[in-house]
Design a protein around this ligand. Structure first.
Ligand code: PLP
Length: 378
């Protein structure tokens, strides 16, 4: 059987990883400043993470959500403590898209509406249709035919004010747009969203799948604005590579049996991985590290006149390149052995492990300097 060829692949096969580093089949070493789309939060194969998974494998790896699983409770407890949302409830699933599906669905269950406000350049995942194709009125209600989405420009207060009415079920927004090129909602925009949602009975969904888990220096990116969201979706950095996602749910939303569900969500291995990630974030003070190194990079990046529109918080940084430097990301990878991310057309995204060291941060700046000089002079 062949693989379904949907991913453009680099001809590099990582076979080993540790901290911020990857090694390919030939033993060549790469600095990983992308973490496979912001997934590597505490560093590849962190010893505490590896130990947690190994010791859980020795006990039990899976049973369905029809039995008590105290690891889920431990994870919820720790997440409540570190995230600043101790009173929200936790629903565990397997991915970011699934977390967002559940959030949109839950909002519709709460207010019986199906219209959703989302934002241009947003990315929330790749699922559609599974619920609509399920012939169970209890699960599908109240939006048999799916949601109606209205897209607005990010940070456009007037457009938002014209659109938010009592017909809107939920407003979904990323803590910082990642795939869209690292664009942050302003504090005042988030505050407006929060206020108007309350007024009209819509639920505010913060998609923190990429921007959450300490990446921006706060546990969630939206916490810079001082607001509290009704629903918050998480995945990526949550499992440091082990697939796990989740949904933080306002305490006023009352669950009923069968309202949400999943086969694999919250399994023992995922919980062990998730718990170990939170423990490392806390014990190694990784949010402070993300803040410090993020500020350092943001400051240093300004000294490169060739790069434009540098934007970021913590270790979620993007900058734009002029067309003549469009090959920079490939040059960093193939000439300097550094993985970075991109967003179309010409944005470089930096999403390293939150445990990045100052030496590793310096290595990137040196490599960037070399590549910019070479491209400009050629
Ligand atoms: N939400 C955001 C902000 C994302 O960046 C992504 C993935 O890149 C998703 C949701 C979807 O997550 P997953 O690929 O785990 O389904």
């Amino acid at each position: 059987m062949k693989l379904f060829d949907v991913y453009p692949l680099f001809p590099i096969e990582p076979v080993k990883a540790s901290g911020s580093w990857l090694w390919d089949k030939e033993g060549k070493k790469y600095l990983d400043l992308y973490g496979g789309h912001a997934v590597i939060s505490i560093g590849h194969n962190h010893p505490h993470f590896v130990e947690a998974l190994k010791s859980q494998l020795d006990k039990i790896s899976f049973y369905s959500n029809s039995v008590t699983n105290s690891l889920q409770e431990k994870l919820a407890e720790k997440l409540g403590q570190l995230s600043g949302y101790p009173n929200h409830q936790l629903f565990l699933c397997n991915s970011g898209a699934e977390a967002n599906e559940n959030a949109l669905k839950l909002a519709s269950f709460v207010n019986g509406r199906k219209k959703v406000i989302a934002f241009k350049k947003a990315f929330h995942g790749r699922t559609s249709g599974a619920v609509a194709a399920t012939d169970n009125p209890k699960i599908v209600a109240p939006f048999n035919a799916g949601h109606e989405i209205v897209f607005l420009p990010l940070n456009d207060e007037q457009a938002f004010l014209k659109t938010i009415t009592t017909e809107i079920s939920s407003v979904i927004i990323e803590g910082s747009q990642g795939v869209g090129g690292i664009h942050f909602p302003t504090d005042s925009f988030l505050q407006l969203l929060s206020k108007k949602c309350k007024e009209v009975g819509a639920l505010l969904i913060l998609d923190e799948v990429q921007s959450g888990y300490g990446r921006t220096g706060k546990f969630f990116a939206h916490q810079f604005s001082g607001i509290q969201a009704d629903l918050i979706t998480i995945a990526k950095g949550m499992g440091n590579g082990f697939p796990i996602g989740g949904l933080l749910i306002h305490p006023d939303i009352k669950p009923w049996s069968g309202m949400l569900g999943t086969t694999f969500g919250g399994n023992y291995l995922a919980c062990a991985a998730g718990l170990s990630v939170l423990e490392v974030i806390e014990q190694e003070d990784l949010m402070t590290n993300a803040t410090k190194l993020g500020e350092f990079w943001m400051e240093q990046l300004k000294s490169f006149s060739e790069i434009k529109a540098i934007r970021g918080k913590g270790l979620m940084i993007g900058f734009d390149l002029p067309d003549e430097l469009a090959s920079l990301r490939k040059d960093l990878l193939f000439k300097q052995s550094i993985f970075t991310g991109e967003a179309k057309p010409n944005t470089v995204r930096l999403l390293p492990s939150l445990a990045l060291s100052k030496t590793e941060a310096d290595l990137f700046l040196e490599a960037l300097s070399i590549e910019l000089k070479q491209t400009v002079s050629s």
